[in-house]
Design a protein around this ligand. Structure first.
Ligand SMILES: C[S@@+](CC[C@H](N)C(=O)[O-])C[C@H]1O[C@@H](n2cnc3c(N)ncnc32)[C@H](O)[C@@H]1O
Length: 334
């Protein structure tokens, strides 16, 4: 029997948007996610030491980005739980209606439940039916509030819900939103006046190292392949490095599935801010992460020159900026 190595060619994109359930079977649902003694110690160290030192050292790290930011950090450290806490300091989660867009498996939901929101609604464009059932059932042991999870594109969320959410949250979603302007506009309209949208996107953004969540997995010098190779050559590279089954690819962080679906916004960091401002949002806080591996690889003159030649409007900062962690406010009405 031949092993189907090339599922990436055999499956159709539509299958992922309908029938194929990509629920994770290898990461179990954990009601205490983010709250192990190790996580707590790491967050304390990050809050009281690491982030403070970096805020000082890297305050003006990016010199050529055309927008203001609070400070920059080297990638990793500011955990999801710490980011939710950061949001909570600016907008109370308790008794809020929270919409988590691009919720994925939903395994991060226990972190939100600890803040006692009034209700959680979560959606994802892909099919995570099995995980959603587990999350809805198991979350009751933490707090019994309504949790609605369903498969839907953000832009297709119910117009009856417009203006009804106090908080919208998304983690690692906007770098995958193919029509970012429509997505941002929909989010703005779903929020209530004075509502806040928390988002972290990137990790990595498209134009940095591994921006396709795939390149560089074989050799870190190849981390800009998605920007440097011609389409055909790039596809050969993907096929040569893809895991044999899409289940195995899920363990690799779903990178190959995202490449197969071409689920990327392909924007640089400035373009996100232009979109948010255009649809009416005010930026309250913005923290950037830079990619230390990109910094290292960009020292290679050959790679750097090819990147700049292919993107003459960009600066090196565009290739180093890995993540935005942002709080946006809606001050107006619909
Ligand atoms: C990298 S995953 C992150 C999942 C989850 N937020 C997490 O942190 O584990 C990105 C998710 O965004 C979803 N997504 C991308 N575009 C979307 C859209 N337009 N509407 C809803 N979900 C979307 C993808 O299907 C995917 O599950």
């Amino acid at each position: 029997m031949t092993i189907k190595k090339y599922w990436i060619e055999d499956t159709k994109q539509e299958d992922f948007f309908s029938s194929i359930d990509i629920s994770s079977t290898y990461i179990p649902f954990d009601p205490n996610i983010g709250h192990s003694p190790r996580d707590i110690l790491r967050d304390l160290y990050d809050l009281f030491f690491r982030r403070r030192v970096y805020q000082f050292i890297y305050k003006n790290y990016f010199k050529n980005l055309p927008y203001k930011y609070d400070y920059a950090l080297p990638a990793k450290g500011f955990s999801n739980k710490a980011r939710i806490n950061w949001l909570n300091r600016h907008k109370k989660i308790k008794d809020s209606r929270v919409l988590i867009i691009g919720v994925g498996n939903g395994y991060g939901i226990p972190m939100w439940l600890r803040y006692q929101p009034k209700e959680i609604v979560g959606n994802d464009i892909l099919n995570y039916e099995k995980s959603f059932e587990v999350v809805k059932k198991e979350s009751k042991s933490i707090i019994d509030i309504p949790i609605k999870l369903f498969q839907r594109d953000i832009v297709d969320l119910d117009t009856k819900e417009l203006g009804t959410f106090d908080i919208i949250a998304s983690e690692a979603v906007f770098e995958h939103a193919r029509n970012m302007e429509h997505v941002a506009e929909k989010c703005y309209r779903l929020l209530s006046t004075n509502g806040v949208m928390y988002a972290s996107y990137g990790g990595p953004l498209w134009y940095t190292w591994g921006g396709d969540h795939f390149s560089g997995r074989d050799n870190k010098n190849n981390g800009f392949n998605h920007l440097l190779l011609e389409q055909k050559e790039y596809w050969e590279y993907v096929k040569a490095n893809i895991k044999p089954t899409f289940e195995a690819e899920l363990k690799a962080g779903a990178g190959g599935i995202l490449v197969k679906l071409d689920l990327f916004s392909k924007l640089n960091s400035s373009q996100y801010l232009e979109i948010f401002q255009k649809v009416g949002f005010t930026v309250k806080k913005l923290v950037l992460e830079f990619c230390p591996i990109a910094v290292e690889i960009l020292k290679n003159k050959g790679i750097r020159d090819r990147l700049i030649a292919g993107h003459p409007d960009f600066t090196e900062d565009d290739f180093k900026c890995r993540t935005h962690i942002i709080l946006l406010e809606k001050t107006g009405s619909n």
